[in-house]
Write a protein that binds this ligand. Structure first.
Ligand code: NAP
Length: 278
């Protein structure tokens, strides 16, 4: 039976630690504020933005909400970002992705001042991560490192396999595991014999975007399995990229979906917001 890595509990611990830090800052007259920009009314994005605002409220971060219509032009969005970049009372800027097709996401990400880039997607943040300099870390991979550390799972010298090479999960995940002295392999859709590569892993991070793709035949006995995927199955229930029922009996530790990686992403966003004033 695997140890269940409880992301809900660990994310709550982090949020409570941050709440104390924000109260200390407030007592010195320092406020933390996050500008959240949502363009259009995609239902999933609306839920994510609502959860981010709730987390801000809990921790004591002031959230400034910009809910723009679907018809917003790229120029209008860039103008708002420019205004927020120049506003000293705004510490972090978050633009909820995806954006409507008419807007160039890369251009928008690059328009955010790196010192306010709390999502950690700006090329300056990505470069700092790669060369080990101070900067904002992308929230989902940073949350996974916290899950491992706070569950006493050693990364140092361990075989770490990451499935997926997206800019927001797979690539930064691999760099963060390397930073923790893991021996890291990145797999993607062209990887040959995925199963035998995965079977080497002491720590297997799955960000493949395919429901229940990884079953026990991909997992070494006793391995730690981190499931980044989020999907809704036919019964409208949440599931991950890992077939939990199949993998849990042989894994050493595993994250459930929901209640694993998901809650950590918002906790680490809040961590970045607080760090933006430190
Ligand atoms: P993505 O951009 O779709 O990337 C998927 C990656 O998986 C790609 O690198 C792709 O390879 C690789 N892949 C696809 N099929 C494969 C196969 N058969 N064998 C090996 N590799 C394969 O997805 P993402 O944005 O990284 O997200 C991954 C999952 O995590 C999604 O379910 C997403 O919803 C979820 N997610 C969750 C959170 C959270 O907070 N919990 C945050 C972000 C994402 P190629 O590069 O070769 O195409």
């Amino acid at each position: 039976m695997a140890k269940i890595i409880d992301g809900k509990k660990i994310s709550q611990e982090i949020k409570d630690e941050l709440k104390v830090k924000v109260a200390e800052l407030n007592s010195k007259g320092v406020e933390v504020s996050l500008a959240v920009i949502l363009v259009g009314n995609d239902p999933a994005s609306t839920v994510y933005v609502g959860n981010k605002k709730k987390a801000c409220e809990y921790i004591g971060v002031k959230s400034l909400s910009y809910e723009l219509p679907e018809t917003t032009t790229e120029a209008e969005l860039l103008e708002l970002i420019d205004k927020l970049n120049k506003d000293a009372s705004v510490n972090g800027i978050l633009v909820q992705l995806p954006l409507p097709k008419s807007i160039d996401e890369d251009k928008v990400i690059q328009a955010i001042a790196p010192e306010k880039d709390v999502d950690g997607f700006h090329p300056v943040s990505v470069g700092s991560l790669l060369i080990g300099q101070k900067g904002f870390l992308p929230c989902t991979p940073a949350g996974i490192i916290q899950l491992l550390k706070r569950s006493d799972i050693d990364i140092n010298g361990k075989e770490c396999v990451v499935i997926g090479r997206s800019n927001i999960v797979g690539k930064p995940m691999a760099v963060l595991l390397l930073r923790e002295n893991g021996t890291v392999t990145i797999c993607h859709s062209r990887t040959q014999d995925l199963k035998s590569v995965c079977k080497r892993a002491d720590i297997l991070v799955v960000a493949i975007g395919k429901p229940k793709f990884i079953d026990a035949s991909y997992v070494k006995e006793g391995a730690t399995v981190i499931d980044v995927g989020i999907h809704r199955n036919a019964d409208n229930k949440l599931c991950g990229d890992v077939d939990y029922e199949s993998v849990e009996p042989i894994a050493g530790a595993i994250t459930p979906v929901p209640g694993g990686v998901g809650p950590m992403t918002i906790a680490m966003l809040m961590n970045n917001c607080v760090n933006s004033v430190l």
